[in-house]
Design a protein around this ligand. Structure first.
Ligand code: C5P
Length: 210
């Protein structure tokens, strides 16, 4: 079984994905981490974030375990990720890795922006997680503050809108809800309620397929 979970930044997507993977006993891949690691590796090596050939080379030789989690979670890493993710050569370099993970014998759960549309259009279950932009910005702001970053809520809201815009308008694999995905809007939900709603949605889709 392949479960594809896509959605916007700070929608609750990552937490929902991790908890559902544990619940259904599936290996989990956070595909945003691949783009974050590519962005950070490029910054470290001094490769410009619009140098397609240089970035494709960074992505092709990526060791995702070579980075501190805290470094990958910074606002700078997220912004770099979204820039390198707009480059088709980078997406191509990371695609096979994701597909191989998805198609292992145990099944898998992947989260990202294009899992249900491009990486695994054949996924058994597809969820799209979203929430109002102000609510997402406030959530992410709390997380970043807790991690010691000093960005203001206004700056973050602007960054988030820019990131949504870049992710959803890029030519290659734009962020979008697959036609056969189930929408979970977490605006008014606690994270526990959101996970529960997502779990129930997966069960409903699976029951329909039996
Ligand atoms: O989900 P996360 O915030 O870690 O993703 C960082 C960035 O990586 C996103 O803004 C997006 O540009 C890119 N990404 C992507 N496709 C994916 C996962 C992430 O383009 N499957």
């Amino acid at each position: 079984m392949i479960i594809a979970i896509d959605g916007t930044l700070a929608s609750g997507k990552g937490t929902i994905a991790r908890r559902l993977a544990a619940h259904f006993g599936l290996p989990y891949m956070d595909t945003g981490r691949l783009y974050r690691a590519t962005g950070v590796a490029a910054l470290n090596k001094g490769v410009a974030l619009d140098d397609a050939a240089g970035l494709a080379d960074v992505a092709a030789h990526l060791d995702v375990n070579a980075f501190e989690e805290s470094r990958l979670r910074t606002a700078e890493a997220g912004s770099a990720a979204s820039k390198v993710a707009a480059i088709p050569e980078v997406r191509a370099a990371l695609l096979e890795l994701q597909r191989a993970f998805a198609h292992q014998a145990t099944g898998a759960l992947l989260d990202g922006r294009d899992i249900g549309t491009v990486v695994c259009p054949d996924a058994d279950v597809k969820l799209w997680i979203d929430a109002d932009v102000e609510v997402r910005a406030a959530r992410r702001h709390r997380e970043l503050q807790a991690a010691g970053e000093t960005i203001t809520l206004d700056e973050l809201t602007t960054q988030l809108r820019e990131r949504d815009q870049r992710d959803s308008t890029r030519k290659d694999a734009p962020m979008k809800m697959a036609a056969d995905a189930v929408l979970i809007d977490t605006t008014d939900l606690t994270i526990d309620a959101a996970v529960e709603k997502a779990r129930a949605a997966v069960e409903t889709v699976l029951a329909r397929q039996e």
